[in-house]
Design a protein around this ligand. Structure first.
Ligand code: AMP
Length: 412
């Protein structure tokens, strides 16, 4: 017997009710990001594997364990994109966007891929909205982006969300701090989890993320990066905080905030839903002032975030449907041409109109009109009647013009 075909593990089919909710979020994002000067931008779904190895960081979980990597027919190594920022920076360099007026503000939406263990809110293919501001290190961009993500979460109905905020400083401060932290970890090596011990040299910051009780105890006494920032970074962070304060945005400064990507400098942040379980992060991001240079471009600062659509949908309630619909019922077999004409006309006026297209009896057609939530049903037979689906009143009209007018009245 042949195997039953199913969607691959960790992927999901978007069914119509969710499809509508996704579209709504996309519209909210387009509108609120557009108002702040962010332009739509798209990059390919797959890239050279090297882009992510260099951009995301060779020691990250994403690069070490989670990439969907394959060879094309010419033997080139390609990878399905696990995140958006590296590719946007690649495109910025490739198209000489440093010659444009700065900052260049871009946003994108689409599928991303990580080979993770699937669970509630964690998929192998998921959808992100991503916003980036490239070419300026002004702290107002950090604050602006944070406020935009807060508004997106709020307007999508996924609030309340907790905002955690920190600064990672510049690579030099971080290097000195990491040496200090490694020293602390080495002093307590026996108490650490195996995973943290193995990655102690490559990525000691990840120890803050550990679930392991012994490691957590060691980390409680560890030095904090926020206390080691150099004056310029500390001032940048204070400016970001002051702008958020002025905007009335609540946040928690959390010096243990570590993000799973290596490229961050200075500001990092994450929004967590108070309604979700283990996978509570709705979105997050930060500043990456060295990434573009790392990818072969001129020194160019940047800041951005990514939000997970599936998580936002999980944290928000489904909205009742609001658009009014019209159903056109056929009371005689040759009414289709008229029905078709009327449907074209109503759809042209922006009214959602469905025609009977499955050969139902009249009783079945009225039932179908009810099922789709029609506000009015136009019945085309020897004459034309318009039924008010709320009151049940059925009124004869002279012609298609009068039918359209009556429908307009009912839909208000
Ligand atoms: P990250 O790039 O890891 O900061 O991810 C940004 C956002 O994308 C997260 O806050 C999640 O909302 C979402 N996200 C990341 N990985 C996954 C995944 N495997 N499944 C679903 N959503 C994800």
């Amino acid at each position: 017997m042949s195997r039953k075909l199913q969607a691959p593990r960790g992927t999901l089919d978007v069914q119509p009710a969710d499809g509508r909710r996704r579209l709504r979020i996309q519209r909210i994002a387009a509108e609120l990001l557009g108002r702040a000067g962010y332009e739509p931008f798209d990059t390919p779904v797959f890239e050279d594997t090297e882009l992510f190895a260099r951009g995301v960081g060779a020691s990250t979980d994403i690069v070490q364990k989670e990439m969907f990597t394959f060879e094309d027919k010419a033997g080139r190594s390609l990878t399905l994109r696990p995140e958006a920022t590296a590719a946007i920076c690649r495109a910025y360099v490739e198209h000489g966007m440093h010659k444009l007026p700065q900052p260049v503000k871009l946003w994108t939406w689409g599928p991303f891929f990580r080979h993770e263990a699937p669970q509630a809110g964690r998929f192998r293919q998921f959808t992100q909205i991503d916003a980036e501001a490239l070419g300026s290190d002004d702290p107002s961009l950090d604050a602006e982006l944070i406020l935009l993500l807060a508004e997106l979460i709020e307007r999508a109905g996924a609030g309340p969300a907790r905002l955690r905020l920190s600064s990672l400083g510049t690579p030099e401060t971080r290097a000195a701090y990491l040496d200090e932290l490694r020293g602390h970890l080495r002093d307590h090596e026996g108490e650490l989890s195996e995973d943290v011990r193995d990655r102690l040299e490559a990525n000691p910051l990840r120890a803050f993320d550990a679930d392991h009780a012994g490691t957590q105890a060691v980390m409680a006494g560890a030095p904090r990066l926020l206390d080691r920032l150099d004056p310029a970074d500390a001032e940048h962070f204070a400016d970001v905080c002051a702008l958020l304060d002025a905007a009335g945005q609540a946040y928690e400064v959390d010096s243990t905030l570590v993000r799973g990507l290596d490229y961050y400098t200075r500001t990092v942040f994450e929004f967590e839903s108070e309604r979700l379980g283990a996978q509570a992060a709705l979105g997050g991001g930060g500043r990456y002032d060295r990434l573009i240079e790392e990818l072969g471009g001129p020194p160019t600062p940047g800041v951005g975030w990514a939000a997970g659509i599936e998580r936002i949908l999980l944290a928000s309630e489904a909205e009742p449907e609001s658009d009014s619909r019209v159903y056109i019922a056929l009371a005689k077999p040759d009414a289709m041409a008229d029905a078709f004409g009327l449907a074209q006309r109503l759809r042209g006026q922006g009214i959602r109109t469905e025609i009977e297209q499955a050969g139902r009896s009249m009783k079945g057609q009225l039932k179908q009109a009810d099922r789709i939530g029609a506000r009015a049903t136009v019945i085309l037979g020897d004459g034309i009647e318009v039924k008010d689906m709320d009151s049940g009143e059925q009124r004869a009209v002279r012609d298609a013009d009068e039918a359209a007018a009556r429908v307009g009245e009912l839909l208000g």
